[in-house]
Each structure stands twice: as C-alpha cells, then as structure tokens.
Ligand binder design. Structure first.
Ligand SMILES: Nc1nc2c(ncn2[C@@H]2O[C@H](COP(=O)(O)OP(=O)(O)OP(=O)(O)O)[C@@H](O)[C@H]2O)c(=O)[nH]1
Ligand SMILES: [Mg+2]
Length: 236
C-alpha cells in the first residue's frame, strides 16, 4: 500500500504538494501536543486519551470511574455537536469542558489548547481527553496525552482490531466494553486479544461490563500503575 501511494506521489506533483502540507500540519500539531504535555507535566497531571468508534462506552466508563477512581480527575470532551457528554460528566460532580469540532472527525492539539485556560490544573491529578468517536482519524493526531486508552465494544465485532490497526498500534490498553453482550454476539475474546497483541506486543486487554462494573477495578489498577510510572518519570 505504501508503495502504491509513493508511486502515485512521484507521478503527480499536485499530490506531492498535498503530502507536504499534511506533513507540515502534523508536525505543527506534534509541537503543540508537546507543549500541552509539558503543561500537564508542570502540574504533575497524568493525561489519558480515550479513543474508539462512536458509542463504544467511553463516557459511560468515565461515569463509572467517577464513583471509584482514587484520584481527582477532570475531563476534556470532544464531539462534533452538543455538550451532552460534558453534561453527563458534570452530573457526576466532575469538572468537564466540551470541545465541539463541527465537521472534524477528531480532536487535535490546537483544539485541546482551547480548553487549557479553563482547566483546573491545581485541583486534579489526572486528565482524561475523550476523543471524537471514530476508529480512524483520532489515531493520527497527538493531543498531548501521556497514554492512550482504546475501546472496542462487543457488538462491533472482534475483527475491528485487525481492520483498524493504526488506532490499536497506539493503544497502551485495549478495553473490550459491553462484555454483558458476549452471549448474544460471535465475539471471540481470544482472537481479539491475539490481534491486539500482534499490533502492540504486550498490550493489556481488559473486558469491561459497564452494567455490573466487572473489569472496572482492573482498569483502575492500570490507571494507577501508569500514574505512578508517569510520576517516576517526572522524578517525584
Ligand atoms: N450493555 C452495555 N451497554 C453499555 C456498556 N457501556 C456502555 N453502554 C451503552 O452504550 C451506549 C453508548 O455509550 P457511551 O458511553 O455514550 O459511548 P461513547 O463511546 O461515549 O460514545 P460517543 O461519545 O458518542 O463516541 C449507551 O447507551 C451506554 O449505556 C456496557 O458495558 N454494556
Ligand atoms: Mg461519549
């Protein structure tokens, strides 16, 4: 596939110009993402970027974490329209800021920067960025987080990991949500685990049932482990 693209570019100067522009956009984004991470580091805040296709259960997981996570956290929400997710989080007593992307299918560092002047840096230990529901575009844009959480729900099918590899290559944890649906769908958990590990060797894969909260403790343990790892890197 890469060869096909390169061959196309060689024979098409217009396409080559387009690639240069995209590279410039991404490098500008990466620089801004580093500045965001630096700001979080300065305040000893660990930031997690939550990505998945629409409706996999990102906001529901955050609502459940609000009841149990032993860290103070705040949430930056990304959606095309509405402030529904931020409102859901606020109802749990958690600070949340809604970014509306309009037509954009992903958050980027520039958008996240808009939320920072309002962010309660001195009041929390953890930041979650809930990205726009999309299994493709968010994977290409660094938003300034330290770790990526990628969700896939049982009704989507166990083949989604192999079919959308870019996202799963970036995963620091894969969370299979709607585990209560396993009895109704032909979702092979072992196949999903193998696929995830092929793309990101050693990645933890956790089954989560947001109805019964089964699996939530495992996710909390992982978040705590990453929090400690991050603080250690910061030297404190
Ligand atoms: N049965 C079942 N339903 C779930 C589970 N987790 C989430 N849901 C439901 O799935 C639907 C979508 O959940 P959300 O948490 O809004 O999903 P999301 O990933 O935040 O969606 P977007 O922000 O639109 O991308 C809601 O009706 C939830 O109640 C689960 O573990 N089991
Ligand atoms: Mg949501």
């Amino acid at each position: 596939m890469a060869e096909i693209i390169n061959e196309d570019i060689k024979n098409n100067p217009q396409l080559s110009h387009k690639v240069t522009v995209i590279e410039k956009i991404l490098s500008k984004n990466n620089k801004m993402a580093d500045e965001i991470r630096e700001e979080f580091n300065k305040h000893k805040i660990t930031c997690f970027n939550m990505m998945s296709s629409p409706g996999s259960g990102k906001t529901t997981t955050l609502e459940n974490l609000a009841d149990k996570l032993p860290y103070k956290f705040a949430v930056i929400e990304g959606d095309l329209e509405t402030s529904r997710d931020a409102e859901r989080i606020r109802k749990k007593g958690i600070w949340s800021f809604q970014l509306q992307t309009g037509r954009a299918c992903h958050l980027d560092a520039g958008m996240v920067k808009h939320a920072l002047p309002h962010f309660p840096f001195d009041e929390v230990e953890i930041a979650f960025i809930e990205n726009v529901g999309n299994l493709v575009c968010p994977a290409s844009y660094d938003v300034g987080a330290h770790y990526n959480m990628v969700f896939v729900s049982v009704p989507e099918g166990d083949d989604k990991i192999e079919k959308y590899p870019v996202m799963f290559r970036k995963a620091d944890i894969v969370i299979i949500t709607k585990a209560d649906m396993l009895e109704f769908f032909d979702f092979d958990v072992n196949r999903a685990k193998e696929a995830a590990n092929k793309l990101k060797p050693g990645v933890p894969v956790v089954l989560l049932n947001n109805k019964t909260k089964e699996g939530l403790d495992e996710i909390i343990d992982w978040i705590s482990e990453k929090r400690k790892e991050h603080l250690k890197k910061l030297g404190g």
